[in-house]
Ligand binder design. Structure first.
Ligand code: HEC
Length: 122
């Protein structure tokens, strides 16, 4: 129950943040409409901030404990302890494995890289 409340609060907070960013004409300018990924131009990197939203909306926290997301799921491994690499997250999320569903059809390749950046911290 506390997890649900936390997730709802998180999603609500994110919605407020994006509404604030998109609605204000406070000099943000063209940056607001460009993709959040700034690390490379090749689209290889993930954007961890967007990955946090993907983590919440895809329901990763329902199964995984991950401190940065404030989640405490216990179906899958604790991601703070597992500390998977960027590539390991991409592979696991794309293909699933064990009791974890595949997200390759649900999430775009970019969303998967974003959530991998968030989870791996890279
Ligand atoms: C229905 C529950 C469930 C959901 C939802 C889920 N996972 Fe998992 N996840 C698991 C389980 C169970 C495992 C262990 C799989 C195994 O035994 O091989 C796992 C494994 C992993 C691993 C490998 C951890 C390690 O030990 O290296 C990563 C990374 C991971 N999940 C990330 C995610 C991300 C990111 C999401 C959201 C896009 C997600 N998971 C959604 C259940 C879930």
């Amino acid at each position: 129950m506390r997890l649900v409340v936390a997730l709802v609060a998180l999603v609500g907070a994110l919605a407020l943040v994006s509404a604030g960013c998109g609605g204000d004409d406070d000099g943000g300018g063209s940056a607001e409409t460009s993709p959040a990924t700034t690390q490379t131009t090749g689209g290889e990197a993930g954007d961890a901030a967007n990955g946090e939203e993907v983590f919440a909306s895809a329901g990763c926290g329902g199964c995984h404990t991950f401190a940065a997301a404030g989640s405490s799921g216990s179906v899958g491994p604790d991601l703070d302890n597992a500390a998977p690499s960027f590539d390991a997250v991409v592979t696991q999320v794309t293909n699933g494995g064990g009791a974890m569903p595949a997200f390759g059809d649900e999430l775009s390749a970019q969303e998967i890289r974003d959530v991998a950046a968030f989870v791996s911290g890279s």
